[in-house]
Design a protein around this ligand. Structure first.
Ligand code: TRP
Length: 444
């Protein structure tokens, strides 16, 4: 049971609360959400089962897992290397957003949402983000905290951490949701999420929806394989995967309904990009503070605190992959490994952070460095690594072995039809969908 919390801790993070709303806003609302839900159920959930199975069967971290199950084949080793590289790339810019969250936590503690008008609070984000030093300092602080936790070795720590914070995050998002939908002008935001406008759909919508779904579930790289290797042999993989996927999905949707109405009520452009929640959420707190200053302060502090913690549990799972690799491959001990990862990701993150300020004019194909990191990792590399895993499970592993993992060698009764459907989704639907979407990224 505890491992569900660790996996949910990795899955539930900035991807749900920060990335999901802004990607929805950039891709037209309800129609995107619909495709996101379908891709999560039909593709991501089966891939999740596949990754946990590979992890548990190989009982080793991401880098070695595929190679160990199919010795001697260089391609699986190369894929293993990719699954180490991607998390580090994500950790670099993830910790930038983690840093923003820490900064906003401090703002909440120092009552800055109460002393300004709603418009000033929305505008505050622009000033913060374009300054060069403050975001950098917070990025480094956040990353250092995550690396320090990893250095200590954290398996049980993460589980305990997540057990407390995830339910708390759910409650807080519900509180904000209730307040947000009652703001004047909020109904436009609710409709934006409920009434699909299919004329807005393009092939890119599908690519971003699947990319987001993978991102949110921490798929397509070492994280879930590594955590899968910690899953006990008594655990029911199907139930834990479904549990994690459904809570992650639910959380993203709740976050959407908490944030979008506020975005419209505040008159913010839904396609405003990565800053979306940092503009809309403080707006809510300022409004709330005009009537109920104490409640607003308490809710805002708790809210940013839980975001910071949720971001940390996810970032820790990213850093962990790299540190586990350095240990497995080069016997580099955890504290030294964590320091190496800190320096690598810290440095790469500097570029991402500055790309909102002094380096904003440096773009490739219209994307700044931050967007480029995010796009390349989540729309290209994640899909590639996930493709490798599903092909591996579908074509290299024996079907009986997959059945064995899913049913714990017959200990759990699993409906044969359900298993066959799952297997079909892993073996055929997922690889075909991944290929189509991969190509879409380059054509459209
Ligand atoms: N899923 C996390 C989130 O939603 C982010 C994350 C952690 C991640 N590990 C990952 C994303 C692995 C992709 C791959 O915030």
């Amino acid at each position: 049971m505890a491992v569900i919390f660790a996996m949910a801790g990795s899955a539930i993070g900035l991807g749900n609360i920060w990335r999901f709303p802004y990607i929805v806003g950039e891709h037209g609302g309800a129609a995107f959400v619909l495709i996101y839900i379908v891709s999560t159920l039909l593709i991501s959930m089966p891939v999740f089962v596949a990754e946990v199975s590979v992890g548990r069967r190989s009982r080793t971290s991401a880098y070695g897992a595929l190679g160990r199950l199919s010795p001697g084949k260089w391609i699986w080793k190369a894929m293993g290397l990719l699954t180490v590289f991607i998390p580090l790339m994500i950790a670099s810019y993830y910790s930038v957003i983690g840093g923003w969250s820490v900064n906003y936590l401090i703002k909440a503690c120092s009552l800055s949402f109460l002393s300004q008008s709603p418009d000033e609070v929305t505008g505050m984000f622009g000033t913060f983000i374009s300054s060069s030093w403050t975001p950098l300092v917070f990025h480094m602080l956040f990353l250092a905290a995550c690396c320090m936790v990893v250095a200590g070795g954290v398996k049980s720590g993460i589980e305990k951490f997540s057990k407390l914070t995830i339910p708390m995050l759910f409650v807080l998002v519900l509180v904000i949701l209730v307040y947000s939908v009652t703001l004047p002008g909020a109904s436009v935001g609710v409709n934006y999420l409920l009434k699909p406008d299919f004329s807005q759909l393009t092939p890119r919508t599908f690519a971003y929806a699947l990319g987001q779904s993978f991102y949110s579930l921490s798929l397509g790289m070492g994280c879930i394989i590594t955590y899968g290797s910690y899953v006990s042999s008594k655990e029911n993989i199907l139930a834990s995967s479904a549990g994690t996927a459904v809570s992650d999905l639910l959380f993203a949707i709740l976050a959407g309904f908490a944030i979008m109405p506020a975005v419209f009520a505040a008159g913010i452009e839904p396609g405003a990009g990565p800053g979306l929640i940092f503009q809309s959420i403080p707006f809510i707190f300022t409004k709330m503070g005009m009537q109920l200053p104490l409640v607003s302060t308490v809710v805002s502090v708790l809210f940013f605190l839980t975001i910071v913690v949720a971001a940390m549990t996810s970032c820790i799972s990213l850093v962990e992959v790299g540190v586990a690799y350095l240990w497995d491959r080069y016997s580099i001990r955890r504290p030294v490994g964590s320091l190496i990862i800190f320096m690598l990701c810290g440095l790469a993150g500097v570029l991402c952070s500055l790309s909102f300020g002094p380096l904003s004019s440096l773009t490739v194909g219209g994307k700044c460095i931050f967007d480029l990191f995010d796009w390349f990792a989540s729309n290209i590399l994640l899909l590639l690594a996930a493709f490798a895993v599903v092909v591996f499970v579908g074509f290299v592993m024996k079907k009986e072995d997959v059945w064995d993992e899913v049913t714990n060698s017959g200990a759990f009764k699993v409906n044969v039809k359900l298993f066959n459907l799952l297997y079909f989704l892993i073996k055929w639907v997922a690889p075909v969908a991944l290929t189509l979407i991969f190509i879409t990224n380059f054509i459209y």
